[in-house]
Structures are given as structure tokens and as C-alpha cells.
Design a protein around this ligand. Structure first.
Ligand code: ADP
Length: 376
């Protein structure tokens, strides 16, 4: 595939800055978490250095990589921009990275913006009307593009044309404007929220899944090499296991463990060093942090495993209901430690095991359903 131009490094830096600007606003609770899958603007800048630049450096997501390679190679052979690409999946799994890789493989510049930044159709027209032939446009959180801009996007994706409105009110006229053929890469964490007409205009759709621990281990080793960290294989294994299937978290844990290794030890990250560091940062073997364990602990010991309503559970841990629901719950559910039922939140038997507590005796305490009936 083609090599990026000589200004590749400068371009990558500009792209990293744009990615930083497009980063979502994070709540305080999310910002303070070492295991947050989201990144604030300053972290996005640091991440730039660790991003794989080419498809061959990208670890994991084998099927997506193979399919994408065919799409890009085919387009390069034909000398035409590839189909528009939709990437869906949870945050921190590599959607922005893949968008950058697509531009690099095609040897074209990349424009980065995000759904929340496109409030009016004029915001989108400003990006699209200044595109060069074959450029790649990345719209992060594309499900949040404002409605009027969405209509403009349909036309642009299909006909490489935008209608620019001139004037206001009844006298306003739409002036069609040709734009250069381009490739849109859209990313979304909420594919279900995308309107069907938008989804249908993507010729290639890929869903990114959480990574296996073995893949995260390779990612951590690669990042350590780039950062100049002496990382033993068992240290990499320990970090990977606590990273919640998410490369962004793996890289963040690596940076914290490196600090610990350099300040408290001889700089070498072994399993022991990684364990001590992550104990200090309160990230346990499964990647749960203090908030996750507080929620799980309250559910198990104060409510006998539930079912309990979200707001009651939140009061018990001294947090807002939204924080518990958005910040802690998704991973607890994914890890199989908690379940949401119509009657409230319940702990699964694995929750007791994880907390090192004996499983509840059946039947449960008076007033609470027997544990066996909680998991129906
Ligand atoms: P998203 O856009 O899905 O939130 P990013 O592409 O910004 O995720 O990735 C977050 C971080 O994780 C980046 O620093 C990137 O280098 C790293 N990363 C993601 N996927 C991979 C991968 N497959 N291999 C190596 N690093 C990865």
C-alpha cells in the first residue's frame, strides 16, 4: 500500500490535536477514574504516540482488519476513494485509530470532527466544501450530528454534493455545490441510535469487540517498547488482565505502573511490581475499581444481592444514580457480576466469589427473594 507523504508526522500531530479537540466532555466521576474507557483532551494527545499507524501494526480485531484491508486495497487499485466506513463499538477500542490508519493507507489527509461539533448544517458544509479529492473525513460520535446537518450528510455521501442555503425565511434558496469525492469514516458507540437512512449509506460497516487478554498483552508490550519501559512478560500479563478488554485502559495502566516502577523500584515492570502498583491505584484482578467494588459490595452485603432499585443502591454508596448507572454498571454487567432485572439490580453468584464472601444461603433473609429466584 502507498506510503504516507513526507509530511506524515506533521499531519499525524495535527490529527492528534484535532482528535483532542473533538474529545467528549467528561463528568468528574469519569475523569477521576483510572479505568475509564473515555479519554479527556490531554490524554488524547498522549495517546497519539501509541497509536498504530498502519493496518499491519494494528493488533486484534482480525476479521475487521482483513475486511478493511480488502476494501482499501481494492480502492487503491481502482484509483477511487473506498466506500464510506462505519465503525461501531464501545469507547477505547480503536475507532479513531482505524480512521487514521485508513487515511494513512490511502496516503490522503484526514479531517477529524465529531457529532457534537456539528450543530448546524453550516458546520458540516464548512468541512465538506474545503475537501481535496479522496480525503478522509472522520466524524466521531456520528449519532450526535444535528438533524439538519444529517440531511446534508446524506446528499454529500451519496452524490458528493451539498445544498448551501443562501438567505433566510421564504426567500432562502438552496445553491447546489459540488464537493470532491471523499470517504466518510463514522464512529459510534451507539449504533442503534443511527437513523436507518444514514446507516444504509455506509458501504462498509465494522463492529469492534472487546479485546482478549492475550491481544491486550501484545498491545501493552508494544506500548512499553514505544515508551521505553522495561516490561517483563509476566508484568504485561498482569496489566492486560486488569484492563477490561480495552486498549485505552491497558495503555493508561501501563503508564501508572511505569511511574510506580521508576519511583519505588528499579524501573522494571514485573508481575509483582504491576500488582503492587495497581493495588495502590485500587484496580483489582478483574479490573474493578473502588466505585465498582463499592457498588457490588453494597448490593451484596446491604441488600442481600438484590433486587434493589438503582436510586437506593446509589444512596447506599453515596453517589448519584446516574454515576452508578453510567460509570459503574456497564462493566459490572459485562463482567457477569451484576444483572439488571425488571425488579431491580441483582448480584450474580460470581459477585460473592469476587468479593471473597461465602455465597448466600438459600432461602434469602426475610423480605428478600431467595437467591435462586433472582436470576430468572
Ligand atoms: P476509540 O476511538 O474507539 O475511543 P482510540 O482509537 O482512540 O479508541 O484508541 C484508544 C487508545 O488505544 C489509543 O491510544 C490507541 O493507540 C490504543 N489502541 C486502540 N486499539 C488498538 C490496537 N488494536 N492496537 C494497539 N493500540 C490500540
Amino acid at each position: 500500500m502507498s506510503e504516507p507523504g513526507s509530511s506524515g508526522a506533521g499531519r499525524a500531530h495535527a490529527a492528534a490535536e484535532e482528535a483532542a479537540r473533538a474529545a467528549p466532555e467528561l463528568s468528574q466521576a469519569e475523569l477521576e477514574r483510572i479505568v475509564s474507557p473515555l479519554a479527556a483532551a490531554d490524554e488524547r494527545m498522549i495517546e497519539g504516540a501509541l497509536r498504530p499507524k498502519r493496518l499491519s501494526d494494528f493488533i486484534g480485531q482480525g476479521r475487521v482488519r482483513e475486511q478493511l484491508s480488502l476494501v482499501l486495497t481494492g480502492a487503491l487499485r481502482r484509483g477511487k476513494p473506498p466506500d464510506h466506513v462505519l465503525l461501531s463499538g464501545p469507547p477505547g477500542l480503536g475507532k479513531t485509530t482505524i480512521a487514521m490508519i485508513i487515511a494513512a493507507e490511502l496516503g490522503t489527509p484526514l479531517r477529524i470532527t465529531s457529532g457534537p461539533a456539528i450543530e448546524r448544517s453550516g458546520d458540516l458544509a464548512a468541512v465538506l466544501s474545503t475537501l481535496g479529492e479522496g480525503e478522509v473525513v472522520f466524524i466521531d460520535e456520528i449519532h450526535r450530528v444535528a438533524r439538519p446537518a444529517e440531511e446534508m450528510l446524506y446528499l454529500a455521501m451519496e452524490d458528493f454534493r451539498v445544498d448551501v442555503m443562501v438567505g433566510k425565511g421564504p426567500g432562502a434558496t438552496a445553491i447546489p455545490l459540488e464537493i470532491a469525492p471523499f470517504t466518510l469514516v463514522g464512529a459510534t458507540t451507539r449504533a442503534g441510535l443511527l437513523p436507518a437512512p444514514l446507516r444504509d449509506r455506509f458501504g462498509f460497516t465494522a463492529h469492534l469487540d472487546f479485546y482478549e487478554a492475550a491481544e491486550l498483552e501484545i498491545i501493552v508490550r508494544r506500548s512499553a517498547a514505544l515508551l521505553g519501559v522495561a516490561l517483563r512478560d509476566d508484568g504485561a500479563d498482569e496489566i492486560a488482565g486488569r484492563s477490561r478488554g480495552t486498549p485505552r485502559i491497558a495503555n493508561r495502566l501501563l503508564r501508572r505502573v511505569r511511574d510506580f516502577a521508576e519511583v519505588r523500584c528499579d524501573g522494571v515492570v514485573t508481575r509483582e511490581v504491576a500488582r503492587s502498583a495497581l493495588e495502590l491505584y485500587e484496580v483489582d484482578e478483574q479490573g474493578l475499581d473502588r466505585l465498582d467494588r463499592a457498588v457490588l459490595g453494597a448490593l451484596v452485603s446491604r441488600f442481600g444481592g438484590g433486587p434493589v432499585g438503582l436510586s437506593t443502591l446509589a444512596v447506599a454508596v453515596g453517589e448519584e444514580a446516574e454515576t452508578v448507572e453510567v460509570v459503574a454498571e456497564p462493566f459490572l454487567v459485562r463482567a457477569g457480576l451484576m444483572a439488571r432485572t425488571p425488579r431491580g439490580r441483582v448480584a450474580t453468584p460470581a459477585a460473592w466469589e469476587h468479593l471473597g464472601l461465602p455465597p448466600p444461603a438459600a432461602p434469602g433473609p426475610p423480605g428478600l427473594a431467595a437467591p435462586g429466584s433472582l436470576f430468572e
